[in-house]
Design a protein around this ligand. Structure first.
Ligand code: AHN
Ligand code: ZN
Length: 342
């Protein structure tokens, strides 16, 4: 017996014992393989957490599902039905859902009935992270040469961020995070002034014609003394070939969160999507969360190389044909990695 010199402690006397040891070793090995997606932490002490795998097929389905309701233009039936669907879906994932109803006036003097949808996971936890996206669609594709007045699908602008958050919510039911998570779906983000008009003067209660839902929520929080450790906003996170640069309001208000998110993306292999490039500021829902609610929030928002939102932005081309599972995955897996390590 040559082996018993090398491995004396596992070289059992009888063939039966050797077989039992072999079975135990195989079982232990298989148990180890069952853990999926084991990653080392992005920073700090060496705790290892199994972060679930973000399912891009599921996220894509959630984007498609919203688009199938029709353009989610405030005051329309599609908008009402989509809101009802989102509330019901978040409840199935075990979240405590609050609906904040309010109305607001637009630059073109329409009175809108709006709903912010707030889904809380583990509402008793003190340490909270806020994730957000807008669920409404712009009422006109004013950058479209042929149809500047028609509604459009908003697959990327609106539905993509919500699709990623629904897929994260689905994972939160199956595997909770240590921190409490609040998902806010803002309404009325996208009825800002047309690019071809000069808007009227703003009323006292508004700082912009854009972002009506986040302006309302940040000055009328669903829980009066609500705060969060930090927030992450997702806006236009589904298009093929997207790239996410450092957005400048995010850098101003929440530089350490920008660092955390982009470093995490890099470690997961998404540095081609989350680029380490500074870009301009986007007046988006995170600005009002930072300014009014004083919660440091970053915006993951797509720019092309020229600092614009892509040739499909606010046109009829913003439909399912531009949605990419790779982009959805890069964003979803990065956000999950970040929140499961808190
Ligand atoms: C402006 O264009 C002023 N803000 C971009 C916010 C936005 C519009 N996000 C989606 N659609
Ligand atoms: Zn938009």
């Amino acid at each position: 017996m040559r082996y018993h010199k090398i491995l004396p402690f596992i070289w059992a006397k009888s063939r039966f014992m050797r077989f039992r040891i072999l079975v135990l070793v195989v079982i232990a090995g298989l148990a180890g393989c069952g853990k999926n997606n084991e990653k080392t932490p992005p920073t700090g002490p060496a705790k290892v957490i199994n972060v679930p795998t973000f399912n891009a097929d599921s996220a894509f389905y959630f984007v498609q599902k919203q688009v199938a309701f029709g353009p989610r233009v405030p005051n329309s039936t599609a908008h009402k039905n989509t809101g009802d669907f989102l509330i019901a879906q978040l409840k199935t994932y075990g979240a405590a859902v609050k609906v904040q109803e309010f109305s607001a006036t637009t630059f073109d003097n329409k009175r809108l009935n709006l709903r912010n949808i707030i889904a809380s996971f583990n509402p008793e936890k003190k340490k909270r992270i806020l994730l957000a996206a807008h669920w409404d669609t712009r009422p006109f594709s004013d950058k479209d040469k042929e149809k500047p007045n028609a509604a459009f699908d908003g697959a990327n602008d609106g539905a993509s961020g919500v699709g990623v958050l629904l897929e994260i919510a689905r994972n939160l039911r199956q595997q909770p995070t240590d921190a409490g998570i609040d998902i806010i779906l803002f309404d009325g983000e996208d009825w800002g002034e047309r690019h071809d008009v000069t808007p009227p003067q703003l009323p006292n209660n508004l700082k912009s014609w854009w972002c009506l839902g986040s302006q309302y929520w940040s000055t009328n929080k669903h829980i009066p003394n609500y705060s969060a450790y930090y927030g992450i906003l997702l806006d236009m996170v589904g298009a093929k070939g997207s790239r996410f640069a450092f957005e400048s309001y995010s850098l101003d208000y929440a530089p350490s969160i920008v660092d955390k998110v982009w470093k995490t993306a890099g470690k997961l292999g998404y540095s081609g999507v989350f680029v380490n490039v500074k870009d301009g500021g986007v007046l988006d829902d995170h600005v009002f969360v930072n300014l009014n609610a004083k919660i440091p929030m970053v915006d993951i928002v797509s720019y092309d190389e020229n600092g614009s939102f892509g040739d499909f932005h606010h046109t009829q081309k913003d439909n399912m044909s531009i949605i990419s599972k790779e982009t959805l995955s890069a964003v979803g897996q990065t956000v999950m990695q970040v929140i499961y390590y808190e």
